[in-house]
Design a protein around this ligand. Structure first.
Ligand SMILES: NC(=O)c1ccc[n+]([C@@H]2O[C@H](COP(=O)([O-])OP(=O)(O)OC[C@H]3O[C@@H](n4cnc5c(N)ncnc54)[C@H](OP(=O)(O)O)[C@@H]3O)[C@@H](O)[C@H]2O)c1
Length: 337
């Protein structure tokens, strides 16, 4: 796993970079910008000068200690775009061990993808990790078929807003986006959803908007009662794919489904985790190329909520936790303030 070298290491000034460092778990204010050593590239790694780093929901859980954080002090951040030092190539990189909130990363070559010229840094990073998650949930786990109806929960989120567009691109007949505010539902409609619902009006309304039949495929990142309502809205032979949950919810919103329920409704449940794509280099490359192809055709567009400097990462974490963002939040690691 790539990891930023410990900040305590003795180095010359030229080996230093700026990074948002986590020294103890806690609220958004525990992230502090420090000058720390540039990481050392190991076997199969290359140094990348980062232009933009992504903030992901998982980072919030690690920062808060809800998910075990990496050994402290640590640098969070699992996705970046930048230039590979050895050849100047623009790349997008997945950082499995974190390290992304920094000016330089030691990128594992197997998790790096070269960027085509026609995609901007912002769009590439907006689409990369969360787009691959949306694709995996819809297509690999969800087996989306042309003509299916698809419901997307948290549809204005980083993954969700791409899932809405991908469902359309992959041939869904009807896409139903679920989001908590009018502004988010407007965005989801602009992105191609045929129907939009609030998280509290799923019972009854899911069947109503599908002509009484129910939904063929649900991709869900919520858990708890909302997932229960989504299960009740499935059509015969429908399936629900879970790929996330809300950290605040007890037991991470775990939902138990009996084999009797599955049989009674002729429904299925599946899960999706990006690790199984990241570990499969040909699959990762094929998915990302497909995402970039759709972006090039104007059929997939990342909504960039905001771009913050490293000093703004804590506030951005707070905004994501408050459900005040839509789409992707990025860090310009070279902006001073
Ligand atoms: N399985 C995988 O490999 C994988 C990969 C990437 C992400 N994920 C997971 O996917 C989920 C979504 O990730 P994301 O990057 O799309 O996150 P995001 O951009 O922060 O979006 C999350 C959405 O969840 C909804 N939400 C509901 N309750 C919330 C709460 N208590 N706090 C914050 N948001 C809440 C919000 O939408 P509303 O306000 O409309 O409800 C928000 O837009 C996360 O659970 C993440 O861990 C999984």
């Amino acid at each position: 796993m790539p990891r930023t070298a410990p900040p305590e290491q003795t180095v010359t000034a030229t080996d230093l970079m700026r990074a948002a460092v986590l020294r103890r778990v806690g609220g958004p204010d525990v992230l502090a910008v420090e000058r720390v050593p540039v990481p050392v590239a190991g076997d199969g790694q290359s140094l990348v000068d980062v232009a933009l780093a992504g903030i992901n929901f998982d980072d919030l859980e690690r920062r808060a200690g809800d998910t075990p954080p990496p050994p402290l002090p640590a640098v969070l951040g699992v996705d970046v775009v930048g230039r590979r030092r050895r050849d100047g190539q623009r790349v997008a990189v997945l950082m499995r061990g974190g390290g992304g909130y920094a000016q330089v990363v030691a990128a594992t070559d197997a998790y790096s993808v070269e960027l085509p010229d026609d995609i901007s840094d912002e769009q590439a990073l907006g689409i990369f990790e969360q787009g691959a998650t949306a694709y995996g949930a819809l297509s690999l786990a969800g087996r989306l078929k042309s003509g299916d109806s698809v419901a997307v929960s948290a549809a204005a989120g980083g993954v969700g807003h791409l899932a809405v567009q991908l469902a359309v691109a992959l041939g869904a007949r009807q896409v139903i986006g679920i989001a908590s505010t009018e502004a988010k539902r407007e965005l989801v409609t602009e992105l191609g959803a045929h129907d939009v619902l609030g998280p509290d009006d799923l019972d009854g309304r899911l069947r109503e908007v599908t002509g009484g039949r129910g939904v063929d495929l649900v991709v869900d990142a919520t858990g708890g009662e909302q997932t229960r309502a989504l299960l009740r809205g499935l059509a015969p032979f429908g399936r629900l794919v879970s790929y996330g949950w809300r950290s605040a919810e007890e037991d991470r919103g775990a939902v138990s489904v009996s084999t009797e329920e599955l049989t009674d409704g002729s429904i299925g449940c599946a899960g999706f985790w990006m690790r199984h794509v990241v570990d499969d280099r040909p699959l990762l490359t094929a998915i990302v190329q497909e995402l970039f192809r759709l972006a090039g055709q104007g059929r997939l567009r990342a909504h960039i909520d905001r771009v913050v400097p490293l000093t703004g990462v804590g506030a951005a974490h707070a905004a994501i936790a408050a459900r005040a963002t839509s789409g992707k939040v990025l860090i310009d690691v070279n902006r001073e303030s």
